[in-house]
Design a protein. Structure first.
Length: 322
């Protein structure tokens, strides 16, 4: 049976419906992919709640992996039976889907399909942050919020491979242990911790070079006080709520900060960038920097998977299995 999980209206997980759908034939420069795994990410929640627009009814999910089962005309380099992964285009919560052929990246035998399904978007996000948003290199000091989460732990491992110093934040001692296991040099524990003061102590008052905030809410403004002059903050999400208004004076001239609000979807839409970045992502998966999915749910339980992610009941990455 071929099904998709359709969002019928903006709102809670009760607006997701499992419906049967016909198998589509690929057009020119398209392939049809049969999913073996589908990543679940906060961007799916942002689309569901209307923070990011999505034509309705629509299908959530922006990454997945599986096997090509049909190839349209004018497609080169791909054939039926190839294992591929992709990221950066909605429509993944489905048994099968059509995909622009350039999005489908062949997987080597060293990379598990479900691991790729749950890691491709995360890997592209990290590549974007550490190359285009800020040129991370040996000796860079980073502040990574929610360092025990799927993105935070992967960011930490990636940064440590580059010989960086990582200061993480975690909401509980248990999550702090996970952040340390990922390689964090220091972990600030507790939702009400004085992050600015703690980072100041750990950096001798200098501040970090680069801070990555996927929490949002009041945390972004606090993060400004954690970064050195001429440092950079990347705001990549708002899991804790909307970001309050920010004025130019919050950034400078006294602090002399740069604030980035980068979009991995825009990054992945650049074909040349996508090709280069995904090659690095595949290497990172093979090296264990982007780990296997921590939690699996049947595709038909996409609502439960989103609820678990949204309420912070999971650590690591989630994958839907058709």
């Amino acid at each position: 049976m071929n099904v998709k999980v359709e969002l019928v209206a903006v709102g809670g997980v009760d607006q997701l419906r499992v419906v049967e759908c016909p198998v589509q034939e690929p057009g020119p420069q398209e392939v049809r992919l049969r999913h073996q795994g589908i990543g679940v990410n906060f961007i799916d929640i942002y689309l569901r709640t209307g923070l990011y627009p999505l034509p309705l009814p629509g299908v959530l999910g922006v990454e997945g992996a599986g096997v090509i089962e049909a190839v349209g005309s004018s497609v080169e380099g791909l054939r039926v039976g190839d294992r591929v992964a992709y990221a950066g285009i909605p429509g993944a919560y489905a048994t099968t889907r059509l995909l622009p052929a350039w999005r489908a990246i062949k997987l080597p035998q060293t990379v598990d399909t479900q691991t790729a399904a749950a890691s491709f978007l995360r890997g592209l996000t990290i590549h974007m942050l550490m190359t285009r948003t800020f040129p991370v290199q040996r000796g860079t000091t980073l502040l990574v919020h929610a360092a025990a989460g799927g993105l935070g732990s992967s960011l930490t491992r990636w940064a440590k491979r580059l010989a960086c110093t990582v200061i993480g934040t975690a909401g509980s001692p248990e999550k702090a242990d996970l952040a340390r296991a990922a390689g964090a040099d220091h972990v600030i524990v507790g939702r009400n911790a004085d992050v600015v003061a703690e980072v100041g102590k750990l950096t001798d008052g200098r501040g970090v070079d680069f801070a990555i905030d996927g929490i949002g809410g009041d945390m972004l403004r606090k993060t400004f006080g954690c970064v050195r002059r001429f440092g950079t903050i990347a705001s990549i999400g708002q899991a804790a709520g909307a970001i309050p208004p920010i004025s130019a004076e919050d950034l400078g001239p006294v602090r002399s900060l740069s604030l980035a609000r980068p979009s991995v979807m825009a990054y992945a839409a650049e074909q040349d960038t996508y090709r280069i970045a995904t090659a690095t992502v595949i290497e990172a998966i093979a090296d264990g920097i982007l780990p296997q999915a921590s939690h699996q749910y049947p595709l038909t339980e996409a609502a439960q998977a989103q609820h678990a992610l949204e309420t912070g009941k999971t650590t690591g990455s989630l994958v839907l299995v058709p």
